[in-house]
Design a binder for this molecule. Structure first.
Ligand code: RTP
Ligand code: MG
Length: 135
């Protein structure tokens, strides 16, 4: 185990639902520390660059449209095993498949409007943190 940093985004659906606080509380209760945080309206270019790995996928245009549909909260979480811990707290991409008591099970509406993003590897975390917060 090691102390890691990971990028988390509270997506437009969760911001609109007024559950920023409830989601952040889950991170904090699990021992993850919020070390940077910014509320931001993503531009089309911001969202396309962030999700560039998915640009050939059929859902890319919908994903970019959704991520720019309202403000998001972008944050860096730090803690033991933060990358995997955050993915566990989030639950599966499709909220219908997400385990009980996960963020997506409790707050997400659909595979598109799925409440949160979390880096999926150490390499992604490094790239994504730099993308929003610099080196
Ligand atoms: P995220 O990157 O947002 O944390 O989500 P994830 O790792 O769980 O899922 P990923 O495969 O990276 O997909 C990014 C986002 O694209 C949407 N998606 N739609 N219709 C589909 O089959 C489909 N697959 C993925 C989801 O909103 C997902 O969060
Ligand atoms: Mg992903």
């Amino acid at each position: 185990m090691s102390v890691e940093r990971t990028l988390s985004i509270i997506k437009p659906d969760a911001v609109a639902k007024n559950v920023i606080g409830e989601i952040v509380t889950r991170f904090e209760k699990a021992g993850l520390k919020v070390v940077s945080m910014q509320m931001k309206q993503l531009s089309k270019e911001d969202a396309e660059g962030f999700y560039a790995e998915h640009k050939e996928r059929p859902f890319f245009a919908d994903l970019v449209a959704f991520m720019t549909s309202g403000p998001v909260v972008v944050q860096v979480l730090e803690g033991e095993n933060a990358i995997a811990m955050n993915r566990d707290l989030m639950g599966a991409t499709n909220p219908k498949e997400a385990a009980e008591s996960t963020i997506r099970r409790d707050f997400a509406e659909s595979i598109d409007a799925n409440a949160v993003h979390g880096s999926d590897s150490a390499a992604s975390a490094e790239r994504e943190i730099a993308y929003f917060f610099g080196a």
